[in-house]
Design a binder for this molecule. Structure first.
Ligand code: GCU
Length: 666
């Protein structure tokens, strides 16, 4: 079998820094040389510098320091901080723990891999404290090897209901640790079948091994729990969180689990959602469910991450009062302050479900007394499925930079999830990951930019989308300056291009039901999922104002007034909040219908341009990478054309209003 790609940790020879004497002597302070993370850091450093520069550094150890005990998120950030100081003939790494040293090593390797000068980058002492305590990947891998919303092959964790540990396991840990990930949930949030038995001795040995490998790279192991385990594997007749029998079962179970998997850090739970069981079944609140488990795992220093993706998925499309967008807020805000301090609520970035454009969930900035974590999705479920290129970091930057007005200062989403705004006990950011066992890990090589970028952004939120794109391209694809520029340009415009040829003005959901790839304007219109565009011959959009579902008013001011008023609402979200006539004039000066036509024609044309740019790079790129992305672009163009023509035809037929520019509409 062909070797899988090492992506950005597949170090290849570099030109610059070859005579940098400081790289020959590296001093590590802050942790013992016998620490397993330090050992991995040293071998990473030696292997990397040897491969890139043919330098074998002499690594010496200074003060070991005292490791910081973790009792809250900020302790994690303190522990993982590092500094790098350049002396005339050495580089000095100061870590506050072994993890800090590991991250410093990856910082140095990245500098070399990007052909940046060590002397310049570290001319002034560089100190980095991670922006977020928890920087997490959520795998939606099932134990039969399939991956829910996976577009890069099958699971590399599971084959035929067994846990696989092989060479790739360690490389995965290296790959993600190198961009600063420190937590991984290894199984799908929909816990069914064999996965329900992950907390039984059927899997303990393998899980313990996996946890050890992760721990060697500073990565905490997390699992998803089946909320109804008491019934499904415990033989009880209830999962009522206030029932003593249920509590007793979980106590015993957790004692066993943490004894068998000492590295385990906690659990992620999807309850009362899309058919999964939960506390609502027993007339209890989400807080009752989360707190019950959290109280039990507390003595093991563990946390419960509880998802807020709770909504009615059996809605009647005729019902205009019920609004799925409100559900998270309505279900979780009333208990703000009731969640115990080792519970974190994990909140999807938008109120619906990872559409190409959504407003920020009003839970972010709504919850004020609860630990919070942001959930984004780098698996491109609704954003091209790793066929269409869609670099998501610009979107994540927008989300993180959103001002929620929840307090006078430090009120952005980034502030909230870093723990700063409310001095939270725990917080962070998670991404539903885009990996699989494809040789290149992410299906499309360019989708690797989202895995890389998510980690980098979670660690250093101030980095720009451009910086991250450049690092990714230089480390993974090419060092040719012109090609780097061209590929960065493709990445940086790709999200807007995707948005243009797909769902206009924040409306979302015009996708093929179930698979979520390809256009189907009415695919979700008469369905039970709460996902409607409400288009008729006069107009389109969902009235979420005070006259409609009232959703717009869930935001803090001045956001609430801005979204509530079609004249103030930003164009890109206007149909999310308002039902408007096709003739409504946007801030851009265009009517809604003309905007739809223009963006769709432009989006398709730009997709063609991006594909042509990629073709022009053929001679500069590795043949396999070139061909992998070329083939995806070919499929992207088919998709983009279909979207463009179907959306335009649909709205022309509905509205009867011709395109001002007279282009061909079917
Ligand atoms: C989406 C996705 C599901 C997933 C769910 C979730 O609805 O399509 O596959 O289970 O999100 O986040 O739980």
């Amino acid at each position: 079998m062909k070797d899988y790609a090492k992506l950005w940790v597949g170090y290849t020879p570099k030109k610059n820094n070859r005579d940098c004497s400081a790289l020959s002597r590296i001093v590590m302070n802050g942790a013992s040389e016998n620490d397993r993370i330090v050992k991995n850091a040293v071998s990473e450093l030696k292997d990397g510098l040897k491969a890139m520069l043919d330098i074998v550094p002499d690594v010496t150890f200074g003060m070991a320091g005292t490791d910081i005990k973790v009792t809250k998120g900020a302790d994690i950030q303190d522990r993982e901080e590092y500094s790098i100081t350049l002396n005339t003939d050495s580089l000095v790494i100061d870590g506050k723990s072994a993890s800090g040293i590991l991250y410093a090593v990856f910082d140095i390797l990245r500098t070399v891999a990007c052909e940046k000068s060590i002397e310049k980058v570290y001319a002034v002492k560089k100190t980095v404290r991670p922006s977020n305590p928890l920087r997490m990947l959520n795998h939606w891998d099932n134990m039969d090897g399939s991956i829910e919303r996976g577009y890069s092959g099958k699971s590399f964790f599971y084959v035929d209901n067994e846990i696989v540990i092989d060479e790739r396991t360690k490389d995965y840990a290296r790959l993600i640790a190198s961009v600063g990930i420190n937590a991984v949930v290894i199984n799908n949030v929909n816990v069914k079948d064999a996965a329900s038995y992950m907390i039984t001795d059927r899997y303990f040995d393998k899980l313990a091994q996996l946890g050890e490998i992760f721990a060697g790279y500073g990565i905490g192991l997390y699992m998803c729990l089946n909320y109804a385990s008491t019934i499904e594997i415990g033989g009880l007749d209830s999962a009522d969180p206030l029932d003593e029998k249920v509590i007793g079962w979980w106590k015993e179970k957790m004692a066993e689990v943490f004894a068998k998997i000492p590295t385990l850090k906690g659990f992620l739970v999807k309850a009362d959602s899309e058919g999964r069981p939960g506390p609502f079944t027993y007339g209890r609140t989400q807080a009752d469910g989360a707190n019950m488990l959290a109280d039990i795992v507390k003595e093991y220093g563990a946390i419960i991450i509880w998802r807020c993706f709770v909504y009615n998925c059996k809605q009647d499309w005729r019902d205009k009062k019920t609004d799925r967008a409100r559900a998270g807020y309505d279900n979780f805000i009333p208990m703000d302050g009731d969640y115990h301090d080792n519970v974190i609520l994990q909140i999807k970035n938008g109120p619906m479900d990872f559409q190409i454009r959504e407003p920020i969930s009003p839970l972010l900035g709504g919850l004020k007394k609860t630990n919070q974590m942001l959930e984004v999705q780098i698996a491109q479920e609704y954003t091209g499925q790793q066929i269409d290129v869609c670099y998501l970091i610009p979107e994540f930057k927008e989300i993180l930079g959103f001002k929620t007005y929840c307090s006078e200062n430090d009120d952005t989403v980034a502030d909230i999830i870093s723990g700063k705004t409310f001095n939270s006990r725990y917080s962070g950011i998670a991404a539903v990951t885009n990996t699989g066992n494809d040789l290149n890990w992410t299906g499309n090589y360019l989708a690797g930019a989202n895995l890389f970028g998510f980690g980098r952004l979670a660690f250093e939120t101030e980095l720009s989308s451009e910086q991250i794109a450049e690092e990714f391209v230089r480390m993974t694809i090419t060092q040719d300056d012109a090609a780097v520029k061209a590929i960065m340009d493709i990445l940086l415009r790709s999200r807007e291009v995707y948005e243009r040829y797909t769902c206009p003005l924040g409306i979302g959901w015009m996708v093929t039901p179930a698979t979520h790839y390809g256009c189907s304007v009415d695919g979700y219109e008469y369905d039970r999922w709460g996902t409607y565009h409400r288009a008729d011959h006069l107009g389109i959009g969902v009235d979420r104002t005070d006259k409609g579902t009232g959703y717009a008013l869930l935001y803090n001011e001045p956001n609430a007034s801005m979204y509530n008023d079609p004249e103030k609402c930003p164009d890109e979200l206007v149909l999310f909040f308002h039902h408007l006539p096709y003739t409504h004039v946007l801030h851009s000066g265009k009517t809604v219908i003309q905007h739809i036509y223009d963006t769709h024609f432009e989006g398709y044309a730009e997709a063609k341009e991006m594909a042509a740019t990629w073709d022009s790079l053929k001679d500069k790129l590795d043949a396999e990478i070139y061909e992998n992305v070329r083939e995806r672009f070919e499929r992207q163009l088919v998709n983009a054309r279909e979207w463009c023509d179907q959306v335009n035809s649909y709205f022309f037929r509905k509205s009867g209003i011709p395109d001002e520019k007279g282009r061909e509409i079917w």
